[in-house]
Design a protein around this ligand. Sequence first.
Ligand SMILES: [Zn+2]
Ligand SMILES: [Zn+2]
Length: 819
Amino acid sequence: MKPLPKEFDTITVERKWQKLWEEMGVYRFDWTDYKRPTFSIDTPPPYPSGEFHMGNVLNWTYFDMVARYKRMRGFNVYFPQGWDCHGLGIEVQVEKEHNIRKRDLPPDKFRSLCMKLVEKYIAMMKEGIIRLGCSVDWTTEYRTMDPDYWRRTQLSFIILYSRGLIYQGTHPVNWCPRCETAIADAEVDYEEREGKLHYIRFPFEKGGEHLLIATTRPEFIPACVAVAVNPTDGRYAKYIGRKITVPMVNREVEIIPDEGVDPSFGTGVVMICTYGDKEDVRTVKRHNLPVITLLAENGLINENGGKYKGLTIEEVKKAIVKDLEAEGLLDKVEKLTQQIGLCERCKTPIEILERRQWFMKTRILTDRVAKEANEIVWYPDYMKTRLVDWARSLDWDWVISRQRVFATPIPVWYCKNCGETILAEEEWVPIDPKLENPRIDKCPKCGGKEFIPEKDVLDTWMDSSITCAVHAGWPDREDWRRLFPADLHPSGVDIIRTWAYYLMVRHIALFDEKPFKSCLINGMVLGSDGRKMSKSLKNYVATPEVLNKYGADAARQWAAAGGATGSDIPFRWPDVEYGKRFLTKLWNAARFVSSQLVDFVPGENFELQLLDRWVLSKAEKLTQRVTEALEKCQFNIALEEVRNFTWHIFCDQYIEAVKDRFYKAELYGEAKRKAAQYTLYTVLYRILQLLAPITPHITEEIYQTMYAEHVGAKSLHLTRWPTIDPNMFDEAAEKEGDLILALVAEIRREKAEKRKPLNAIIKRVKVYAGNSEYADIIARNREDILGTCKISEITILPEKGEGRTVPQYVEVSFTTEYE
Ligand SMILES: [Zn+2]
Ligand SMILES: [Zn+2]
């Protein structure tokens, strides 16, 4: 066997294996293998942001540890990687970089700028995934902006439309006036801001009397369609049914009773506008009130705003407040904090707008989502309520159309003559209706020959919410259900309401089946100050900085050890440094082992000694604990177990205790040296295997130098996970070994306290074992004690005696005598 070199250059070694693994095809899914069970991972295709940040490092380390573990457990693992390209994020970025708006360029030009930016970002993020050592099968790589992908998105649209689960309607939706598009509830971020509550007089028709109304949005006065009070509010019951005048526009509206009005808010009288907020939407619907659209799609006031036409929201607010004041209708203004909904991509406050949109019927699926969520295994379990709560909180169906450019086209046309909706046939996709006509001669309804394309495009979540089926090969592979539902969907705690939810509703609607069998949730990465990591907070650490300094295996240990699955974990440099120190310890231990195994031939005769059986038994129990932890995705427990065992039991205790068998082989005899060789060989290999999912590079490097030839697998990552052999559990050996090693440790500790070098010879040691059982154990293993502690002569007595006691075994004590 070859000895390992002294130096270990992390970065060079990691790069080498990343390249070789890909060349050797170690992580390819084998479509032709029907013997091994499959394990499919629904890798969420990331939205290309250009940066593989520490949060990504955490996610991908999680998926990769599962992938590697399952592969070693004998599964044919499917670990795909795609890129979720479309969407507002990229468009907003292109608009910023080129200082343009979507309308300034022809759509195809704008789209190609988006694609260019996406490709640049993908290259940067892909580099991050590779450098982290992820065992992705790169032959599966895909981009949702490729026609071959959006063919599938369009196909799913056609199927759902045909089933009546997609419809067009004019309903209020969240609207970003800057991006000029509808957005879904999940794309709205909420922020607390200080606002103002205006107390405004609404006069009755016959002068004199008035009601005082409190509102945070006086700019919506021109769109006021009713005034509401709570019917149980005695102060106002007598006004119900009367007419009142809306100031500034001098229009009369009715005072209506509505149980949704909170009598304790403001004056207890509210104006209902179309639409100041979501509550207005509900009230308008309940009372079947008229709708006055006040905002144009670009967020400016339209003709319904009268003299305020053309102003922005902020401008009209100021103007109206000023006008109210001038007319003596503004009683007072109070400060209050309020939740403001912002566009997730550009942070502009959202408005509510009515416009014809496409919707998917998601609310009718809520009970089914809840039922399926209960059948999925969640790591950690409590995360499932987040999904169910979110599903139940949704007021509206999912608005799936967007008024944007860089997205999957909606495969629909309208007859110019009669307006009939023409849906693309399944065979026509991929198709862009803006570039191609429907493949029919005439309108099936009126015979008209001219068609108008649907210009709206699909929400990018329509692309990424079918990944479980697409990864499995739908619709092209006949056997796609072999990999569906996915065995594992990994997700961040922040995207349960989007990714996990949309996957659920889409796959249930399309295939009457849940998309995945288990869901692994990772928390957020916090800065070292405990706050969310962010560039503006100056607690931000860039991934390349970490990888360049300490390498992937150290960074992965930070991710694995950071905390329980699902909890937020802080980034701390000392955690990565500790990971790196552990790798050095492992390397040095392996180097010692390899230097002692130069003449080792596996399978030769040997006599296992007590400490050999002791460490082998402990390694077996370690295997059991690590296996159980990995089965439950408890990565922190798995890693701590292996690190403790390697560092303290294997290196500090076992290796130290057997060194003498090698250095003074003539005293101990060949069989005992060979037993130590066998044990070192076996236990180190076990450590490498247990660590392989967490630190894949260093373990591979050691495996290839020391084990590949004997074991036969072309990579450590293709070896079989050790099966636990209860016959290897040796309680007696563990008990005896623990005693011997505790005694040895205490003798060495005393030596250190006396400032003697570790190899100083002790002339005589007298051990008072405290009882005859301990005396027998110690006597049987006196050779190991002599060798490890450099003792010339030892006397073992069964009785209790004076001297230094061994902390874990207080009945045992000893005295020493030096030259
Ligand atoms: Zn926006
Ligand atoms: Zn027609």
